[in-house]
Design a protein around this ligand. Structure first.
Ligand code: 5AD
Ligand code: SF4
Length: 417
């Protein structure tokens, strides 16, 4: 989501005649697009921002902007405590960038944008063949650990017409794969619901693959499962964050499903689409998590056998319900649990990758090319990275490869003609 927001900021600046530079020292304006999801992301930004002070001393004309969720949450104090920051604007105010940079500052723009779903912005995309497309903004779920509903505001869906027009124009420009973006993408609801939207996108010629992130388990309907199965362009991959294998913790997290309900959806997915690849997010050490709760998460990983996971230590976010809960788990226990989770999943990922050796997979070839090894990178429909030797002219093409070797994070393959 943040990467795509940065593409929008770059799109707006390009229209104003700006160009991207390689290094901050060459820049007239530096924008930090910040993330608040966990403490680590915030710390990284704070140390980078400190470094900018010297740069500004050497180049007083340099303008420094802070965007994203930290700007939204801490805008006023950021501006007050950092005199070298000129502009602060939240994720709902990207459309004001052109106007903001024409002022001398300081500017703080952190108000809600009641029209965000109608605010279409130019996008400067790096990838020729794969594009992100926002279909909804914000989130209404208020999972008890999560800051997003406070920084990105209420859930709003873009009108389908705007989305379809954007995707058609991407297709005309050679884009082959689109990833629909939303905090809660499968609860999309405008004039169409999410399955109806997928059906319309599936008909756009030139687009060959459709992906979407992130789906909420509670909103995963039978109808959507059927769409993944039946629509030819929708890839057989679902990112379905579980967060915890313990129903008690899920309840405290306000996730809106029990582990049993989640499992029923996984079983339905696997029986309907046997080749489906499923990935997830896990939080280790949510407040009051016991050894038994952690064991339930480990068991869930063993039983479900995800293709991959993202796992994080619980991070206290000020203003969320979880931050006020009792029995916070000590850091060393959180880290030990996270280590166990990642170690177990590494084995499962490798096992799953090994099961693909000898199979033929459809893959979309990316632009990256290693001249020395003649290595190219492609992605399977299940979103796994494949390395193979091939010709540069294959970039952007859909090819068949035979998987020859499985590694932890990628596959090796040979081109099949
Ligand atoms: N602490 C740790 N992980 C978090 N996530 C969201 N908020 C927190 C937090 N406070 C994780 C969730 C979510 C992913 C995007 O980030 O797993 O699915
Ligand atoms: Fe955060 Fe939950 Fe919304 Fe995801 S669904 S953005 S975890 S509140």
């Amino acid at each position: 989501m943040n990467v795509h927001d940065s593409e929008k900021m770059a799109g707006l600046l390009l229209e104003e005649g700006y160009k991207l530079t390689e290094a901050p020292r060459d820049a007239d304006i530096v924008i930090f697009n910040t993330c608040s999801i966990r403490e680590k992301a915030e710390q990284k930004f704070r140390s980078e921002l400190g470094r900018m002070k010297n740069l500004k001393k050497r180049n007083p004309g340099l303008k420094i902007a802070v965007a994203g969720c930290m700007a939204q949450q801490h805008g006023k104090t950021l501006s007050k405590n950092n005199s070298h920051v000129d502009y602060v604007f939240g994720p709902q105010n990207i459309q004001k960038l052109k106007e903001i940079i024409k002022t001398n500052g300081p500017v703080i723009s952190i108000e809600d944008n009641p029209e965000i779903e109608y605010t279409d912005l130019p996008v400067s995309r790096n990838d020729k063949y794969r594009s992100w497309v926002s279909i909804m903004y914000g989130c209404n779920n208020f999972c008890s650990y999560c800051i997003v509903p406070y920084t990105r505001g209420r859930e709003k869906s873009r009108p389908s017409k705007n989305i379809l027009t954007e995707i058609s124009s991407l297709a005309e420009n050679g884009v082959k794969e689109i990833t629909l973006l939303g905090q809660n993408v499968n609860s999309y609801k405008s004039d169409l619901d999410f399955p109806e939207l997928l059906k319309k996108i599936d008909l756009i010629s030139g687009i060959e693959r459709i992906r979407f992130v992130t789906s909420h388990p509670r909103d995963l309907s039978d109808n959507l499962i059927l769409c993944i199965k039946e629509l030819p362009k929708v890839c057989e991959h679902l990112h379905l964050p579980l967060q915890s294998g313990s129903s008690r913790i899920l309840k405290l997290m306000n996730r809106g499903y029990s582990f049993e309900e989640y499992m029923a959806k996984i079983n339905k997915l696997k029986t309907t689409i046997p080749e489906i690849s499923i990935t997830t997010d896990i939080i280790a050490g949510f407040p009051s998590e016991t050894d038994e709760d952690h064991a339930a998460t480990m068991n869930a990983l063993k039983n479900i056998e995800y293709d991959g996971i993202f796992a994080f230590n619980f991070s206290t976010r000020h203003g969320t319900k979880a931050s006020e809960m009792d029995k916070h788990v000590p850091d060393n226990i959180k880290s030990e649990r996270l280590y166990q989770i990642l170690e177990l999943q590494d084995k499962i990922t490798l096992k799953k990758n090994k099961s693909l050796v000898g199979t033929i997979q459809e893959a979309l070839v990316e632009e990256t090319y290693n001249v020395v090894s003649e290595n190219m990178i492609a992605r399977t429909r299940s979103n796994k990275i494949v390395n193979f030797q091939g010709d540069r002219s294959l970039a952007g093409k859909i090819i068949n490869v035979e998987i020859t070797k499985a590694l932890k994070h990628s596959l090796k393959a040979i081109l099949k003609v």
